[in-house]
Design a binder for this molecule. Structure first.
Ligand code: PGA
Length: 250
């Protein structure tokens, strides 16, 4: 039985005070049997977040990481730095990083490796654009994004990782994949990995992301290969996020 995870990706939202208020409200609203929660605030609020989360059940994550370990890389943040401020998780390959900042699958694979090398759990984001889905290329796109990582790091590396399937056309658009559409791709991802390592394929958590809300979380999480969610917009409202966590719990 795979334990579900619900991760909140705050993107570039909120102030320092709002972040603290949101964390306090989330902590206060969690139950003893709540699913594993991960919060990914902006870099500059990570230390503050860690002070509030430390010793509790909610894990801290970052939204990105540099592929390099250290050096003259102005503006970048290394995996060791993230670890140093309390992160356990880090998103790699979010579609906004791929589309807006030109990150290709090779760079994403190097970021994945950098995260693992410092004991961070990478949440590897994969997903197709609308035109790719309409052209019937969803599996091909997702497979090539996965293969870049397994090609560099090997399939066993996925044992220490989480995958997030996020169809780009569903991110921030209010247009969610149907539970059936999500399940089809999650099953494809798992089967593709099973071809190389059945145990890792059976154990790896595959989250769904893309306009998950309190109102659709339960039916998405009920799918056999959907192991929780990566939540953007709805993670900025404590009540909404807690309802999504509740849908993944118990
Ligand atoms: P959304 O974002 O929930 O606002 O669609 C999801 C994501 O980008 O991870």
């Amino acid at each position: 039985m795979r334990a579900k995870i619900v991760a909140g990706n705050w993107k570039m939202h909120g102030t320092r005070a709002e972040s603290a208020t949101l964390i306090d409200a989330i902590i206060a609203g969690l139950r003893a049997d709540s699913a594993q929660c991960v919060l990914c605030p902006p870099f500059v609020y990570l230390s503050d977040a860690w002070r509030l989360l430390r010793g509790g059940s909610v894990a801290l994550g970052a939204q990105d990481v540099c592929a390099e370990t250290h050096g003259a890389f102005t503006g970048e943040i290394s995996a060791a730095m993230l670890k140093d401020v309390g992160c356990q998780y880090v998103l790699v390959g979010h579609s906004e990083r791929r589309a807006l900042y030109g990150e290709d699958s090779q760079l994403v694979a190097r970021k994945f490796a950098a995260a693992l090398s410092r004991g961070l759990t990478p949440i590897l984001c994969v997903g197709e654009q609308l035109a790719e889905r309409e052209a019937g290329r969803t599996q091909e796109v997702v497979a090539s994004q996965l293969d870049a990582v397994t090609g560099l790091c090997g399939v066993p590396a996925l044992d220490a990782a989480v995958i997030a399937y996020e169809p780009v056309w569903a991110i921030g658009t209010g247009r969610t994949a149907t539970p059936g559409q999500a399940q089809d791709v999650h099953e494809f991802i798992r089967q593709r990995m099973a071809g190389q390592d059945a145990k890792i394929a059976a154990d790896v958590r595959i989250l769904y992301g893309g306009s998950v809300k309190a109102g659709n979380a339960r039916e998405l999480f009920a799918m056999p290969d959907v192991d929780g969610g990566l939540i953007g917009g709805a993670s900025l409202k404590a009540d909404e996020f807690l309802s999504i966590v509740a849908a993944a719990s118990g």
